[in-house]
Design a protein around this ligand. Sequence first.
Ligand code: C5P
Length: 425
Amino acid sequence: MPLNRARILLIVGGGIAAYKSLDLVRRLRERGASVRAVMTSASAQFVTPLSMASLTGNQVHDDLFSLTDEAQMGHIELSRDADLIIIAPATADLLAKVAQGLANDLASTLLLATDTKVLAAPSMNLRMWLHPATQRNVAQLKTDGVAFVGPDDGEMACGEYGPGRMAEPLAIVAAALELLKAPTKLPLPAGLKRAPGPLTGHRVLVTSGPTHEPIDPVRYIANRSSGKQGHAIALAAAQAGAEVVLVSGPVSIPDPEGVQTLHVETARDMLAAVESALPADIFISTAAVADWRPAEVAASKVKKTATGSVPSFAMTENPDILASIAHRQVGRPKLVVGFAAETGNVLTYAQDKLARKACDLIVANDVSLESDVAGGVMGGSQNKVHLISSDGVETWPILDKDEVARRLVARCAELLMSPNLKAAP
Ligand code: C5P
């Protein structure tokens, strides 16, 4: 995930380097990231919550027992509604708490409850850093998957010289960028049980959102898709007990809870991620994949010319992810569901797609401006769909996308159990 779409939760520990965390917020925000801050009570002795709130543009959270905060955004949600957690400064005390699994204030509780990768930027007196207790805690945290940046060598606020200075904000940003290249949601712990549902024991693979096909380093071709419908399907499948992998193109909505989300940009990346996530019992291809991409990606920004001549781009076809998965001879999911967004002749095109793309089911909708869904299907929260299979056509009323998702997942669970389901096209 690029930094300009990342949601960062910054946990500020109580150390003199807390003043640098204000600059870190600026550096993250100028790169487009959104930042929420949680401050320990000790950190408020070094920088004020008001400065932090002004720079993040968000309310600062500091109280585990705040009823107002809990009503607005519970602490579990706060810890999970982030793509990366940064602890800066990570004090000896905070590292010790996290290493031991203590949860006696908001910061430590969030760090124990989170499902998100953590990056720690330690800052402390050099004897505290070199103390065997701190080194034991750091080793434990690394084993537990926490990433570290710094500390740097340098002169301490107390006059001593050695390791213990917090890494510079730009070094922390660089470390964050590196971590965001890989999925930052931690896998479900082995002991975590889901409530049993109709898809318990089944693996579901969903694609969602648009793909971005680069023209040059700053421009791309994309489809108009918010990812709302695909993400709702992934969540509904997880709530129905399935193990779910969601492959998402660039969207601005959060990863669904309890779902392993892989972030991709292009159609070719999406195909590779889908193939890497097989085998699956059900494949639901909701993504609005770009059918074509520019044949050549310009290495630098395409500039306007003095003569006003307009550039033209040769296009080439993208892989059809749905068709390629549905036509697999080996490892075809038992149930393959495609989507068909059309601006007219919805049923005719969808029936054709069912056969051509070898799907078991097509979910078709009219995305034309004339469609009767208030606010439009694209980006809106409602959808009106037809289900097309070899059994015929079924039309659902206008429903919230969440409800379309729940009904579709329930239908998939029924179909999966049906003795007539063909294993291959
Ligand atoms: O042909 P069309 O793009 O209308 O097909 C829509 C269906 O095919 C959707 O399920 C979409 O996810 C899938 N698709 C795909 N790869 C493409 C184009 C579409 O998986 N390159």
